[in-house]
Design a protein around this ligand. Structure first.
Ligand code: AHR
Length: 324
């Protein structure tokens, strides 16, 4: 690829991630609280920076609260936003359950709440909209890729799950299992949480390798996010095996480091998740405040599969430096 086309792709990706519609003038001067889960993954760091950029471009005063992976911190932050009388609240909910009371308090205070990237088990009238991917589909796309990749060969899979009780962990597991159902040659031999972090992904993968004949019996690792996959790749290398060849690696997110691993032949497939969840949420809020337009309850982002055939080095170059 020429430097000109690389720059053109980089420019369009920056625009896609950070562009805002200046029709959203009515958001200027609003105060919006953002309760973020933490910074467990490269993807989450990118979501935080895209959200801050979007808010700045729209003239929103964004109050940011990092919950350090704890739901109790998120609930405290949301109560603080309500007490301050913010105009709206963004929440990326760490787990699915336990939100009904605090969301009811926001509703009572007439503060619209928008969910980002994860869902909740709570009545739908407690939030304005939820911007997220179809996480079951993400798991299915990853599983379909493996089914096509191994054909009739026997394949023992180890699974690195995301945070226990979070919707991406629940749904990505379900989608993958649906994809491999009916393919008796593919079995999930071991499955454990790596909490969406690189360090935990590595640690859990080391245990899987030990338990599975030094890794010789493992055909593939399915990680619910790229960061855990990157940790697993390190564990595979430390065990003297070749990631991407001896053990296939399939995961979800599309962060720069997984494309670097793919370019080096150490990862086989990833399903992209855009970090721009705030853009659609702000657009929905703008229309709602303008004339009461009720947005779609679920705004679904795209889930695209990338493999080594998709110029991973180019994907790395265009994403690196975008807040990941
Ligand atoms: O909810 C989205 C998931 O959360 C991303 O896949 C993962 O990287 C993050 O931590």
């Amino acid at each position: 690829m020429t430097i000109i086309s690389k720059l053109a792709i980089a420019a369009s990706l920056v625009t896609a991630l950070t562009s805002v519609s200046f029709a959203q003038e009515n958001l200027k001067g609003l105060t919006i609280g953002f309760s973020q889960i933490g910074s467990e993954s490269g993807w989450r760091a990118a979501e935080t920076s895209v959200t801050k950029q979007q808010a700045e471009a729209l003239g929103i005063d964004l109050k940011f609260a990092d919950a350090q992976q704890k739901q109790e911190n998120q609930i405290k932050a949301i109560r603080g936003f309500i007490a301050q009388g913010v105009d709206a609240i963004l929440v990326a909910p760490v787990v699915a359950t336990g939100w009904e009371d605090v969301l009811s308090e926001a509703k009572e205070a007439e503060i619209p709440v928008m969910l980002l990237d994860r869902g909740v088990d709570a009545p739908e009238d407690l939030y304005l909209t939820s911007v997220a991917s179809d996480q079951v589909l993400e798991g299915r796309v990853a599983g379909d890729w493996l089914v096509a990749e191994v054909g009739d060969a026997d394949c023992k899979v180890v699974e690195l799950q995301g945070t226990v009780g979070s919707t991406p962990a629940i749904n990505r597991k379900q989608g993958f299992e649906e994809a491999i159902a009916g393919h008796a040659n593919i079995v999930i031999a071991r499955s454990q949480t790596g909490d969406f972090t690189r360090a935990k992904g590595k640690e859990v993968m080391e245990g899987f390798i030990k338990a599975e004949n030094g890794g010789a019996d493992i055909c593939a690792v399915y990680a619910h996010n790229d960061d855990m996959a990157v940790g697993a790749i390190q564990a595979i290398k430390d065990a003297g095996l070749k990631p991407g060849t001896d053990i296939k690696v399939v995961s979800i997110d599309g962060v720069p480091d997984i494309f670097a691993a793919m370019a080096a032949g150490e990862a086989n497939a990833t399903v992209e998740l855009t970090p721009n969840m705030a853009g659609p949420a702000f657009a929905a809020l703008s229309a709602y405040l303008a004339d009461g337009t009720e947005p779609e309850k679920f705004i679904i982002t795209e889930s695209k599969l990338y493999t080594p055939a998709d110029n991973p080095q180019g994907e790395y170059d265009t994403r690196k430096g975008l807040g990941y």
